[in-house]
Ligand binder design. Structure first.
Ligand code: DC
Length: 283
């Protein structure tokens, strides 16, 4: 690039010089060719100086900045894992917005399977029943019922089966591998789905803090939940998600841990953005 531009400048200098000398009334025969031989290296030097001074100062700096921004955006994969109600969904969505990336909530896929099993009166603990539900209709993903605590429990149960995880794998890999990068959240993103992710966050919070969040959410919706039941459910789901043999919930070795127990949502999001920036600047 540099030399191509130098040669263009060089040709332009010679062309302008030649035009000026002919414009001055000179004839081809009058041109002092031996003198031009001395002028050529000088013209080349000027061409290089033009390239370095004019373009090096602006064009290349802009290009470098653009390359840096592109690197930050292009094909960046961010993995967010953590237990339920840790804030990972909110954080993953905020990261997707911050870095201009598409976002996939992988928990929703398992929820759809859990929901479809129950609707078909199948047994979520039976692998064949759960596997049969993996061909669910995509329209299911928009159902508000999918977000309920009951469906969350069913999702946790069907997610134990290796065949179910295998059936949902391709969809998650295709999302991760799309041009332009992606943010995915779940339980096994940093360890199984995207071990090569540019940034991995493991978002946690104490079981009490998470139960309180869920409790407040449900109360705000006008429901009358029992805090003790909620806490017991969370502890049970954590134990199932972390204790299963297939792709258990655990932080990847190179994940950044983010404990949101004592944080507001805004502070947790700020901290997550900072952690991801630190990672991608160092890549
Ligand atoms: O993130 P969530 O609460 O929507 O997830 C519901 C259940 O789905 C969770 O308890 C375990 C399972 N899950 C999983 O096994 N692997 C994932 N990547 C995402 C969710």
């Amino acid at each position: 690039m540099f030399w191509r531009n130098v040669w263009i400048n060089f040709a332009a200098i010679l062309f302008v010089g030649l035009c000026l000398s002919l414009y001055d009334g000179a004839q081809w025969n009058d041109i002092n060719w031996p003198l031009i031989r001395f002028v050529l290296p000088f013209a080349l030097l000027v061409a290089m100086l033009i390239e370095i001074r004019w373009r090096g100062g602006s064009f290349y700096r802009e290009k470098r900045l653009k390359e840096k921004a592109d690197k930050e955006r292009s094909a960046m994969i961010i993995a967010v894992d953590g237990p339920s109600a840790s804030g990972k969904g909110t954080i993953a969505r905020a990261l997707a917005q911050e870095f201009g990336l598409p976002y996939l909530d992988t928990g929703l896929l398992y929820r759809a399977v859990g929901y479809a099993v129950a609707r078909a009166c199948g047994d979520p603990d039976k692998e064949s029943d759960a596997l049969a539900a993996c061909g669910f209709d995509d329209a299911l993903l928009d159902l508000p019922d999918l977000r309920s605590e009951t469906t969350g429990g069913l999702a946790s149960r069907v997610s134990v089966h290796p065949a179910v995880r295998e059936a949902l794998l391709e969809r998650q890999l295709a999302f991760k591998n799309q041009i332009g990068g992606a943010v995915l959240d779940g339980r096994d993103i940093g360890t199984v789905i995207a071990p090569e992710a540019d940034a991995k966050l493991f978002v946690t919070a104490s079981a009490e803090a998470r139960a309180t969040r869920r409790f407040n959410e449900m109360q705000a919706k006008g429901e009358q939940p029992s805090f003790d039941n909620m806490l017991a459910d969370i502890i049970k789901r954590d134990a199932r998600d972390s204790g299963r043999a297939a792709a258990p919930l655990k932080p990847a070795q190179d994940a950044d841990l983010l404990d949101t127990s004592e944080m507001t949502i805004a502070a947790a999001v700020r901290q997550a953005i900072m952690l991801v920036r630190d990672r991608i600047e160092g890549r």
